[in-house]
Ligand binder design. Structure first.
Ligand SMILES: [Zn+2]
Length: 385
């Protein structure tokens, strides 16, 4: 039994002063304030003193880090990457594909599906846990592809989607798709039936096309503003729908590069702290010095916090804890609210039973300073070294 105390805890909806968290194995078995419970005799006690406890962070959109790209077949690279995530407070993530040939994508989702099954059967301490695959492409708009290779984009069909689904062993949990493409609405409906979170993105959809995507089951939006038909006051397009729809969640890359800080503020005001999700879209270059790195099959150059391919933004070098701190500054929200965007809101968007500190839940915890720096992380009840 492990007994954890600290200055305060964010569930994240509630704040508990002087909390006591009891962890048995991988689970939280009791959560209360220290004044209403005692530390059981024989429990190992860790006191984080003036630290704040929060759920471990969850990244719904990440391509890699510390030199490793998730499209690569490299077990050691993935292990190092998952340890890097934990050092930034991230305990769960959704490995995100980059558009590639059909054969390469099938191989990648098969490998990632196996990695997820393995992590479910034998979770490793000190490593972030992959919970599901985020399939970003190939069903994206040519007009809003970003750096996804144009020759690899495909028109959505049920047949191709089912091949991905089978190769992944049912581990695809997020699908980014442009709803205006022919065949997209059928694929959206099928994916939703299979429990996939369908996220609208890389899209040139008009307002009506975006609404049709949501009516078919789309419930989220991928890196809002980036790779989307821009908002026009007489042509609101997909962004107009994403910002004004009160039922859908949406994510944003709060690195100050992809979206101007004042637009991050506008976004949080529009979606509210209930429906905003922070993601990184981080590449292999994250946590590395400036230089050249791979993103899928593309070479990207990193300089001064920007990750570019052919002069276009190609993912980020953002970590999720930094996104939490940035959102506080950009959107003028407090630490508790900002943490919610990277924990509970992310988990709710994909219907994962994570992102909340509650009895019976997995003991994934981030320990933070008042300014949001990570001091320690517990992954599945074990303190990551
Ligand atoms: Zn993207």
């Amino acid at each position: 039994m492990l007994a954890i105390t600290a200055r305060a805890l964010f569930t994240p909806l509630e704040k508990v002063e002087q909390p006591l968290v009891l962890v048995d194995g991988e689970r939280i078995v009791r959560l209360s304030s220290l004044s209403s419970a005692e530390i059981p005799a024989g429990a190992r006690h860790i006191d984080f003193k003036d630290g704040f406890l929060a759920p471990g962070l969850i990244d719904l959109h990440v391509h890699g880090g510390v030199g490793y790209d998730l499209m690569q077949d490299d077990e050691a690279g993935r292990a190092a990457f998952e340890k890097f995530l934990v050092r930034h407070g991230v305990t769960s993530y959704y490995p995100t594909t980059l558009t590639a040939s059909l054969a390469d994508t099938l191989r990648a989702v098969e490998r990632l599906g196996q990695a997820i099954e393995q992590a479910e059967a034998r979770p490793e301490n000190s490593r972030a846990c992959p919970l599901g695959i985020h399939l970003e492409g190939p069903f994206l708009s040519h007009l809003r592809r970003g750096v996804h290779p144009p020759e690899r984009l495909l028109t959505p069909t049920l047949e191709i989607f089912k091949r991905f689904w089978q190769a992944s062993r049912g581990k695809i949990k997020i699908l980014t798709i442009a709803p205006e493409l022919p065949g997209a609405l059928q694929v959206i409906a099928e994916a939703v039936k299979l429990g996939v979170c369908v996220s609208l993105g890389h899209s040139d959809a008009t307002l009506e096309q975006a609404r049709a995507g949501i009516a078919a089951g789309g419930c989220h939006a991928t890196h809002t503003f980036n790779a989307m038909r821009p908002l026009g006051h007489r042509d609101p397009g997909i962004v107009g729908e994403v910002l004004s729809n009160v039922l859908t969640t949406a994510d944003i890359i709060a690195d100050g590069v992809h979206v101007h800080p004042s637009v991050v503020r506008l976004f949080v005001r529009a979606k509210g702290v209930e429906r905003t999700v922070l993601v990184t879209d981080a590449t292999a270059a994250t946590g590395m010095p400036d230089g050249r790195y791979m993103l899928g099959s593309l070479e990207v150059e990193v300089r001064d916090g920007k990750c570019l391919h052919d002069g276009r933004l190609a993912g980020s070098v953002l970590t999720l804890d930094q996104a939490v701190r940035n959102a506080m500054e950009f959107a003028g929200i407090d630490l508790q609210q900002s943490l919610r965007l990277a924990t509970l809101n992310a988990a709710r968007a994909v219907k994962a039973s994570r992102g909340v500190l509650q009895e019976g839940f997995t003991a994934d915890l981030a320990v933070l300073t008042p300014s949001g720096d990570i001091r320690a992380t517990l992954a599945r009840g074990a303190l990551a070294e």
